[in-house]
Design a protein around this ligand. Sequence first.
Ligand SMILES: Nc1ncnc2c1ncn2[C@@H]1O[C@H](COP(=O)(O)OP(=O)(O)O)[C@@H](O)[C@H]1O
Ligand SMILES: [Mg+2]
Length: 228
Amino acid sequence: MDKILTGISGLDEMLNGGIPKRRHVAVFGGPGCGKTSFSFEYLYHGAKDGQAGLYLTLEESPEDIIENMKEQFSDFKDIDSLIDKKMLFVEQPANYSVDAIMESLEKRIVENEVQRAVIDSSTMLKAMFEKESEYRRTIVEMFNLIKKLDCTVMVLVEADSSEKEKVIFNIEHYVLDGIFNIYNLDKGDRRIRALEIFKMRGTDHSRDLVPFKVTPSGIKIYTNEKVF
Ligand SMILES: Nc1ncnc2c1ncn2[C@@H]1O[C@H](COP(=O)(O)OP(=O)(O)O)[C@@H](O)[C@H]1O
Ligand SMILES: [Mg+2]
């Protein structure tokens, strides 16, 4: 099976070589856990490697995302130049609907051969629905459409809690091919960032909960360390 390297230090090793191509994954985490950083780095390494990437934001403005990521990853000096070269796109869909999201994705896939995409976030879509059942129907429909795309998509999902024990299974857990859970664990007087690959159809993978840091030169996952 073809795999797509994330380029994130330690992660490809945990995935036995990367995310299976065209399998779509969710990144779950509470606010501030690092979802944007994690998924942006996935696009960044792809863009450096000749695979164009699209970050579709429904929440923060594209300008804010770019500014934050340049600050967060200050060693990545070529973010602007990758954007200028049309290898990296940070955009908002025309509105908060599945149609608008799919239109934006398809446009970039056709026009710019985008091979990696991020949708930030499915939770934002949820806010558009009064009924939970309608949201479920819509999200399932969106994931079914995404499955047909020749692009490996990461969908960010806002968890209600950053505590490991309090995470509730959402519809996204069932529908997507792969799940990364990221946590901001409470360790007495400090918090530790941790990650686990909860599931990944199509490949064997590590099931360890491992600590990680966000550094100026990228996320570092400490694959041999334990959180507890
Ligand atoms: N310049 C920076 N250097 C290091 N850490 C930062 C920097 N800017 C923000 N952070 C940390 O990253 C967190 C936000 O990460 P982000 O990827 O945006 O999370 P999420 O998308 O899950 O909300 C902040 O809460 C903060 O702890
Ligand atoms: Mg974010």
